[in-house]
Design a protein around this ligand. Sequence first.
Ligand SMILES: [Zn+2]
Length: 427
Amino acid sequence: MNLILENGNIIDPSQNLNSKGNVVIEEGKIKGFPKKISESGFKGFKRIDCKDKIISPGLIDLHVHLREPGYEYKETIKTGCEAAAAGGFTTIVCMPNTNPVNDNASVTEFILYKARTEGIVNVLPIGAITIGEQGESLAHIGEMYEAGCVGISDDGMPVMHAGIMRNAMEYVKAFNIPVLIHAEDKGLSSDGVMNEGLVSTSLGLKGIPNASEEVMIARDINLCELTGTPLHVCHVSTVGSVRIIREAKSRGVNVTAEATPHHFHLTDDIVKEYNSFAKVNPPIRTAADVEAIREGLADGTIDVIATDHAPHSEDEKKVEFDKASFGISGLESALQLSLQLVERKIITLEDMISKLTHIPAKIIGSDKGTLKEGAVADIVVFDTKGESKVDRHKFYSRGKNTPFHGHKVKGKVNYTIVNGKIVYEDI
Ligand SMILES: [Zn+2]
């Protein structure tokens, strides 16, 4: 179907575009931005009124757990894609910690096949760094790259051996794809379940110190300098991490970073009621950490907003805090929570869109995240004003686990368009 998005506010930071106008989509591609559209023109096109709405490139999430193969009770590729579409995301990058782990081409091909046949948004897989994410021998990186992996990561199971990490970085350099790290020294985080600090002490829960993240970021920045391989730091959560990345960037190190809505909005006070929906790794930290992450987003130290969408079943979450699984279902509230940064004047709307579109695309070497003429029409249409509350029961995701349930937010996704086709609408 051919479409015309009429009278919207078109914001596409990839081409410094911010103006009122129309977007014509023909045969799945961006055809152009005609100033006027006559009543009789564009016969057979579906016309969509976008007055008072933003039209931007479809959102891209660098950090999603789709759970298939192996944990379909938590999420499938189909339901994860539906959740993404409802959140305004047209491309999601999925982590390899499935069962079996995505450490060889046959798993990569399975994910891509499922995404093609059952998914409604683009799915780009990340391959594991080591076999089984065991941190010992390198995964089949070359064949996973050939099959379509856009980066490598042992997310959640950090590679503890620096020599193996170095080898992975040397090896992956030939493919010009990034290494994405979940920075955590398991020796320091041990069996911690929340942020280490006053709140963990008062609750009698074992804490995870900021240092467990920071020492690994420092190590991998050193390895990034040694090897020249691009490094992407996932879900930055501490003031020290922001400082280390900022300093490395100032020296021209090839490092990028992401932050999640839960890390830039929440403090560990939320755990006081033993709220296991707020149990996540890295943990939700203190007000000083939140402040530092917001500063990092504002000054560009943190390049990207990502969700770390980690759906779990109710049984895995509604148990004692110590026993609950780590993770938050994030795809369906990320845009609204990011808009709060704009409303509080921490970043501009253009910056927010950049961090959710062309910047994440660039990190994985993708040409997505743009409305340039001729580009594939992956688009989100949203408003920034309508008030609502996050309602976990309305999630398309199988994971209803969010500490934001009941939070007041503004903004709503009206249309998500993938490849020129409307895959989600709510008007
Ligand atoms: Zn992680």
